[in-house]
Design a protein around this ligand. Structure first.
Ligand SMILES: [Zn+2]
Length: 453
């Protein structure tokens, strides 16, 4: 797709899908890649490793720019390097810290690499990364001539380190790639602030067709479920993704304890080695937190590192806790990965505790079709874990308000806040139905004739 006579964009994934994000900004004979993500679920072509190969020419690509560390934005990196990419990888400092962790997890769980292969790939990636601050222009140098564009990151409010990125084109026009945008009004991360100018805007549309349930009331709704479940004892299991949702949950639970809504002797068990490491990164990058989170720090509170939060790292400690809870049915809140109950330590808790009617399971995220999480959510009375049938007597709850993505209203607000007129508005990163609805809404708000699909 031609933007002007010298500039074009080619999508290598993540245009009409929500996974596999990879966009090439071609300026003259040079180019920059924005993200290099893995196709997941139904988007994965043939689900064969060979299909993950980089199937487009890369000799002219001067640099890779990463918007954030989710695997659907970074997961094809090993293949990009294997194909001979030797340029720098630009990202924010927090993303630079999270990329090796997320990649290690993805390579192991989703791609089946062994430990030696993982560490070789991660070492190569580390060497290429050039971390830059938000709001600072970084020049991108051509392989043959001089600097051909400048990039700049801005807060996207999606997960720690996430950014949307602006590119200054040779004719001074601006091309902006949204990456994944976060919702407004979450307490832990700041809201995304729209750019002043975006002649060519590439905006995600994951939830272009829906608005999320009230974020402000989510902790009260969480409290209601927890209080009800504590009446009969037993454990509360919250399956959660290691990055983003786990920290948002800890943040809300700390508030409930601090405000004396919850007994401060109730153990909160964070049992997921990746979530532990990611949470440490969140704590290290406090300066990237939103105002509400910073206020708690000023009040000498530790929203992600409080006394009742027990972190479990070793496997033997994990096993001990599972056995103890199974035997005692004592009350505890367990936050463990994976978010859709497809592997990870949450599986052991479910296997041990689902048959107990005093157990409660809280789903704070979307459960995709075909996952164990979906089976439990759908009310199946028997589920299969490790080839063993497990009776489900536990109470199951759904809790909204924890999405890391902008809803329709947030997306519209972002686009409308751009002051200078937009020349082309490209809807990407969304299923056809959500793009269609977002397009309609945008047309009603005066963007008719600008939208490119
Ligand atoms: Zn993401």
């Amino acid at each position: 797709m031609q933007l002007n006579d010298k500039v074009a964009v080619i999508h290598h994934g993540g245009k009409g899908t929500v996974t596999g994000s990879c966009h090439e900004l071609k300026i003259g004979r040079d180019a920059v890649l924005v993200d290099c993500g893995l196709f997941q679920g139904e988007d994965a072509p043939n689900k064969a490793l060979s299909a993950l190969n980089i199937t487009f020419p890369i000799q002219h690509i001067a640099a890779l720019v990463l918007t954030h560390s989710h695997i659907d934005h970074i997961g094809r990196l090993p293949w990009l390097l294997a194909a001979g990419f030797s340029g720098p990888i630009y990202c924010t400092k927090a993303t630079a810290e999270l990329v090796p962790l997320m990649l290690e997890d993805g390579l192991k769980l989703q791609l089946g690499f062994n430990r030696g292969q993982q560490s070789r790939i991660i070492e190569l990636v580390r060497k290429r990364i050039q971390a830059v601050d938000y709001n600072v222009w970084f020049p991108i140098k051509s392989k043959v001539s001089g600097y051909f564009t400048y990039g700049r990151f801005h807060h996207a409010g999606h997960i720690l380190g996430s950014a949307y990125v602006e590119f200054k084109l040779p004719n001074q026009e601006m091309a902006v790639f949204s990456g994944d945008l976060g919702p407004n009004d979450t307490p832990l991360l700041p809201d995304p602030v729209a750019p002043m100018r975006a002649d060519y805007l590439f905006v995600e549309s994951t939830y272009g067709d829906s608005n999320h349930q009230d974020i402000a009331s989510r902790s009260e709704r969480l409290l209601t479920i927890i209080k009800r479940s504590l009446q009969d004892g037993g454990a509360i299991i919250i399956p959660a993704f290691s990055v983003g949702r786990t920290q948002e949950l800890l943040f809300d639970i700390e508030q409930l304890i601090a405000k004396h809504h919850l007994d401060d002797r109730l153990p909160i068990i964070l049992d997921s080695p990746l979530a532990l490491r990611v949470t440490k990164s969140y704590r290290r990058f406090k300066k990237l937190w939103g105002n509400e989170a910073k206020k708690r720090l000023d009040a000498r509170r530790h929203p992600l590192n409080f006394k009742q939060c027990i972190t479990v790292d070793s496997y033997s400690q994990h096993k001990k806790i599972v056995n103890r809870l199974q035997g005692s049915a004592e009350p505890a809140i367990i936050i463990a990965a994976s978010g859709m109950c497809q592997g990870g330590r949450v599986m052991d808790y479910l296997k041990a505790l689902l048959p107990d009617g005093r157990t409660d399971v809280i789903f704070a995220g979307y459960q995709a079709n075909g996952t164990l999480g979906r089976d439990i959510q759908d009310g199946k009375t028997t589920v299969w874990i490790d080839q063993v049938p497990v009776n489900v007597n536990a109470q199951v709850h759904q809790l909204s308000g924890y999405s890391a993505h902008a809803g329709q209203e947030d997306l519209l607000r972002f686009v409308e806040a751009i002051r200078a007129p937009i020349t082309q508005l490209h809807l990407i990163h969304g299923e056809p139905s959500s793009k269609r609805e977002l397009k309609e809404m945008l047309m009603r708000r005066g963007f008719e004739g600008k939208i490119v699909e």
